[in-house]
Design a protein around this ligand. Structure first.
Ligand code: ATP
Length: 327
């Protein structure tokens, strides 16, 4: 935990964008200003720190953004920040303005960068989990997840209508390269018959057997929700089913980037505001180099090095629920 008084802070969004990031930026700026801190917005994640795109913000700079998706600070992936030289340049750009604390809104990669940076230089960092994937331990929610799942549900409900009208089987791919939470939640909430996620071994033979059995008993609506990171992937699964079960009219739908955009849900705005507020308090009271999360409706601080390593596990409970409710 740090000791130096934090007086000027920088805030940035990094990695993939997530709805609610703007609400978090707004909370950081307004809380910082409330406590008399200067708050700087750093553009395009770590790239802006290196390229010196750093602007003083105030309450007005964050007006009318709480309801907007994306991020007004833009986001990026910075190769240069992986290099010691890049991080040194970033440090010089911060210190010439007197910035002595950082709030990083992003995923585990962004926290890895923050952890490295804070261990090399005397600038404390606070991470806010901003990712639609909900793949970070230490928080029941990540900023953007709720909105992304609701977008997926909305789309899958519509697909269900056409699946029903034509007696088709739809294979729907949702986002989640390493984590199956979007697939799991959206699949359960839309009554999908099968949900395939990277955390569990996909058994193609069992899937074929279950679809074939459903075809025999003329179960009319069939939805299979597949996470992007599933071992086979939605495209390959579709072609296997078409080959093995030619009597089923099977279609593929990849939801793609619509899941990232859009106005954040109430939950995402609330958690982003709460996390942003506490990030500033952490910097001020010396709780440094942690990720601010919310567990059981309580604030929870996870040291950045642990937040990087620990993945949020899918509980057995959910997997049992999927099996029983889809039958
Ligand atoms: P998402 O979950 O949406 O992918 P993320 O934060 O995990 O978000 P990454 O692309 O993994 O996204 O990381 C964002 C940025 O963090 C990288 O482009 C890089 O600038 C920085 N970063 C990641 N890992 C490291 C590392 N080992 N050392 C230094 N910087 C890193």
């Amino acid at each position: 935990m740090g000791s130096k008084k934090v007086t000027k802070i920088g805030v940035l969004t990094s990695g993939g964008d997530a709805p609610g990031m703007n609400a978090a930026i707004r909370a950081v700026v307004r809380t910082g200003n409330y406590y008399g801190l200067e708050v700087f917005g750093i553009m395009r994640g770590y790239s802006g720190m290196i390229d010196d795109e750093i602007n003083l913000m105030n309450s007005r700079s964050v007006a009318n953004i709480i309801q907007r998706g994306g991020t007004i600070l833009k986001t990026a992936r910075s190769k240069e920040f992986f290099e010691a030289e890049g991080r040194k340049t970033a440090y010089q750009n911060l210190t010439k303005r007197g910035i002595n604390g950082l709030v990083i809104i992003g995923g585990d990669g962004s926290f890895t960068g923050a952890q490295k940076f804070s261990s090399e230089f005397d600038i404390p960092c606070i991470g806010l989990p901003g990712t639609i994937d909900k793949d970070i331990a230490g928080s029941d929610f990540t900023i953007g997840f709720d909105t992304a799942v609701n977008t997926a549900i909305d789309a899958i409900d519509k697909i269900r209508d056409t699946a029903d009208a034509h007696d088709r089987l739809f294979i729907v791919e949702v986002m989640g390269r390493d984590a199956g939470y979007i697939a799991l939640h959206s699949g359960i909430a839309t009554g999908a018959e099968n949900i395939l996620i990277p955390e569990t071994e996909t058994d193609i033979e069992a899937l074929i057997a279950s679809l074939s059995e459903q075809e025999k008993r003329r179960k009319l609506v069939n939805l299979v929700v597949v996470a992007e990171g599933d071992k086979f992937g939605a495209t390959e699964i579709t072609s296997i089913i078409k080959k093995r079960l030619p009597n089923i009219d099977t279609r593929l739908c990849i939801l793609g980037h619509i899941q990232r955009g859009g106005s954040p849900s109430c939950l995402d705005r609330l958690i982003a505001s709460r996390m942003g507020f506490h990030a500033v308090e952490c910097l001020m009271n010396g709780t440094h180099n942690v990720m601010v999360g919310i567990l059981n409706n309580q604030l929870h601080y996870t040291p950045l090095d642990l937040a990087i390593k620990a993945k949020q596990k899918i509980s057995e409970d959910w997997l049992r629920i999927v099996k029983i409710l889809a039958s």
